[in-house]
Design a binder for this molecule. Structure first.
Ligand code: 5GP
Length: 203
């Protein structure tokens, strides 16, 4: 197990919970926190930028990286592969930099097993009825796709038991400030500041 100098904040949510907007707010407010760019075999959506939103790679290239054990975790979701590079995470951690991961619960669980000091946050829409409404409102998906996302959301809800923090996204501003509060409080934890405290006492 390597030493973990940087902090990892892992955010999961069923689709339609508003996770991306909340994460964007946190990243804008905290420039020292960087977004963990995953690899995916899914094609980019309009407005998505390679290297910023994801590293868009072919399925063959993804498979090659799986074979080379390059991922901390990877999953197949809606027919596409998604994975987090182990090297990227280790580099960040050893440099003492903080990283925000937007990944679903199966992958988050693997990260939790590997990186003991991660913080795990689950974002929920205000209610299940609201979740379905939000999924329908997305507009660009078939009924079948919406149903599949809803079924997946239901099964993801079962995973909330092992997350450290839960945010009910009733209002974007409130939810974003809750995520910020979690991050800031974690940064101030004595257990994370041992070296700094030692130096401080010595001086
Ligand atoms: P989307 O295709 O909408 O960008 O993402 C679909 C889902 O994949 C989201 O729940 C997102 O959190 C998850 N995801 C994105 N990157 C990764 C990753 O590297 N690993 C895992 N396990 N899930 C990911």
């Amino acid at each position: 197990m390597m030493s973990e100098k940087g902090l990892f904040i892992v955010v999961s949510a069923p689709s339609g919970a508003g996770k991306s907007s909340i994460c964007q707010r946190l990243l804008q407010a905290c420039p020292e926190l960087k977004f963990s760019v995953s690899c995916t075999s899914r094609p980019p959506r309009p407005n998505e930028i390679n290297g910023k939103d994801y590293y868009f790679i072919s399925r063959d290239e993804f498979q090659r990286r799986i074979d080379q054990n390059e991922f901390v975790e990877w999953i197949e979701n809606y027919g596409h592969l998604y994975g987090t590079s182990i090297k990227a995470m280790e580099d960040f951690s050893q440099k003492g930099k903080d990283l925000l991961l937007d990944i679903e619960p199966q992958g988050a669980k693997k990260v939790k097993q590997k990186f003991k000091k991660g913080i795990f946050v689950f974002v929920l829409p205000p209610s299940r009825v609201e979740l379905l409404k939000r999924l329908e409102k997305r507009g660009h998906e078939t009924d079948e796709a919406i149903k599949a996302r809803f079924t997946q959301a239901e099964s993801e809800l079962k995973e909330i038991s092992w997350y450290d923090y839960i945010i009910f996204n009733e209002d974007l501003e409130t939810a974003a400030s809750q995520l910020m509060a979690i991050y800031v409080a974690e940064k101030c934890k004595r257990s994370r500041l041992k070296d700094k405290i030692k130096k401080y006492i010595k001086k």
